[in-house]
Unconditional design. Sequence first.
Length: 266
Amino acid sequence: MFTRINFRRVACLGLLATVTASGVDAQQVAPQIIVSADRAMVSRADLTAALEEIEGFLSSGAYSSNLRTAKRAQADAIRQRLAEGDLRVGDLIQLDVAEASSLSNLYLVSAARTITLPGGIEISVAGVLRSELQDHLVTQLRKLVRDPTVRATPSIRLSIFGAVGKPGFVNAPATTLLSDLIQQFAGGPSNNVRWEKSKIFRGDKVVVEGGEFKEAVNTATTIDQLNLQAGDMIEVAAKPTSGPILRVMGVLSSIAGLVYLTARAF
């Protein structure tokens, strides 16, 4: 799922050719298309390239309906991101302006997709990608400060549930690795975690499937590279309760009942 010289894509296509030649159904091999780049936050060009890559897979007709549905959801998420930008209500922006300490603060993105500076000055962030935010704010702040030196760090409000130590809501910098998000913000994974079954939801749609989730955890992928946005829910799956344990508990319960009935009989 990478858009650099995409060695992973080449390897994936090679794997697909191998399994097809060996008689394995090609529809069972999911194309891995995680948006990635040399930077922790992807650019508009990176997203466009990733979208074209997904559309290429979809046009091939070589995959199962479930995989195609998942890839369409990813494509829709990227299209929405390109059209509407990244910053949404509830996100936070840490703004630091070297020449004007009064402007340096943590700002909440409003429902109108604006931030409000001291003095009631509003700056729109609608349609702006996180990778574009710093340059965008430099342009806007030039109206207030001559040649401002700006550092802007956007955060995303997410929810994490399932096999983690501290489930709940978090607001994490967009450059946070998915693995660090789980470890540092959610108390770490439980002993019975099952990465390959974990998913990320946007409403009722799955935007990151289990295999891609596991890949992202293992390959230092940031939450920005996963196309996450405010309100997305991360579900860390747990292994089901062991069948043998349940059976043992059932046997013990039966023995206890038999002992009780025997005692009553005598």
